[in-house]
Design a protein around this ligand. Structure first.
Ligand SMILES: Cc1ncc(COP(=O)(O)O)c(C=O)c1O
Length: 391
């Protein structure tokens, strides 16, 4: 076994590294979740989560993962046989579609090449054709973690409105929230799902769902069976800061701290920092003479960058070498991207030097692995990070 010194560099696109401050905040005794002290914590995280989603509507926090939050969005708003519109932006859109189909939802799944987000014009065209308004929901992944392409949620909302359509707008911002700009109320999203282990900088274990009045109204008539994920069961005790069953108390301590960190920095600054780190990463990829998977510059992800491997070279062999030699974890290519791409996560508490360390690891790995590339990616990233500061 290799002896490792120093710290591990976790640069997968979630789970993201948990900041020291959040780890310390979670190091607390478990308290009675039905006792008087809990209500303060419960209210703080439920209200704080509203600020992060930028909504005045309720946010629900489940012990669970993002996949659970997906299911919550489906079972509370839809009925068996309902028609929904989804887009093949990548692996996660494909999995959400599969879940909807398993619930007996009829999914119109628009094919895609996994290199871009959803085209708002296409949304408008499809909805405009649906004169009977039989499409009950448009379901979009905001930040496709498998490809590093974002979908333009505000523009898709406008497209739905231009088509004068009544469909609900359900958004997976699982890897977007807290990293990529997201404004729930302003963008008119009805249900947004997220989780703890990405931009919120927590360990895995929480699923979050932001609602709207329209989503709450839909929940009253939707007929899919639901129990654990039922919004009504949650919302009643939540008004007092409580949960209907045992919450993940220590993760909530961490969430309170993570929300405080995001608010201290300022959401606009958090989003700008992610954009800047992403731009530097792309500068490195270009410097290496490699290709970014996302083909649409307006859809480049601020959360992660997926890098296409040169023909005949295996991305997972490179990732394995980099992990063994430099103790740096990079994201694997998922499903049909397996072996073809690797993903660099630059989300959460990431700063300039953390990114530079990761990019150095990649450049050293490319050299050690005999992968054809130009030297100078790291230099290009440094220049990108410095530009505007001391130039
Ligand atoms: C965009 C997206 N959706 C859904 C999921 C599934 O979330 P979880 O693994 O927390 O269940 C992920 C996980 O990485 C994701 O990135």
């Amino acid at each position: 076994m290799t002896t490792r010194t120093g710290r591990h560099f976790l640069h997968i696109p979630g789970p993201s590294p948990v900041p020291e401050r959040v780890l310390r905040a979670m190091d607390m005794p478990v308290i009675d979740h039905r006792g008087p002290d809990f209500a303060g914590l419960g209210k703080a995280v439920l209200e704080g989560a509203q600020a992060i989603f930028q909504t005045r509507s309720p946010v629900i926090i489940y012990p669970g993962s993002g996949t659970g939050a997906w299911e919550s969005a489906i079972v509370n708003t839809l009925s068996a046989g309902d028609r929904v519109l989804m887009f093949e932006t990548g692996h996660f859109a494909t999995l959400w579609r599969q879940m909807a189909a398993r619930w007996g939802i009829e999914v119109e799944f628009v094919p895609g090449d996994w290199r871009r987000g959803v085209d708002p014009a296409q949304v408008e065209a499809i909805l405009a054709e649906d004169r009977a308004k039989s499409i009950k929901a448009v379901m979009v992944v905001h930040n496709e973690t498998s490809t590093g392409a974002t979908s333009r949620i505000a523009e898709i909302r406008k497209a739905i409105d231009r088509a004068n359509h009544t469909a609900l707008f359900l958004v997976d911002t699982i890897s977007g929230l807290g990293s990529a700009e997201y404004a729930h109320d302003e963008w008119g999203v009805d249900v947004a799902v997220s989780c703890s282990q990405k931009g919120l900088m927590l360990p895995p274990g929480l699923g979050l769902v932001a609602l709207s009045d329209k989503a709450l109204a839909a929940a009253k008539t939707a007929t899919l069976p639901r129990s654990y994920w039922d919004w009504e069961d949650m919302l009643k005790p939540n008004t007092g800061g409580y949960f209907p069953y045992t919450p993940a108390t220590n993760l909530l301590y961490g969430l309170r701290e993570a929300i405080a960190m995001l608010r201290e920095e300022g959401l606009a600054e958090v989003f700008a920092r992610h954009q800047r780190l992403a731009a530097a990463t792309r500068a490195a990829v270009e410097g290496w003479g490699l290709e970014v998977l996302c083909r649409e510059p307006s859809e480049y992800s601020p959360v992660l960058t997926a890098v296409v491997m040169p023909e005949g070279h295996d991305a997972d062999a490179l990732r394995t070498l980099i992990l063994e030699k430099y103790d740096l974890s990079l994201g694997t290519g998922l499903a049909k991207m397996a072996g073809k791409i690797f993903r660099i996560g630059h989300l959460g508490e990431c700063n300039d030097l953390m990114l530079m360390a990761a990019l150095s690891g990649v450049e050293m790995g490319l050299k050690a692995g005999g992968v054809p590339h130009a030297r100078g990616g790291v230099l290009a990233a440094m220049d990108a990070l410095r530009s505007g500061i001391d130039d």
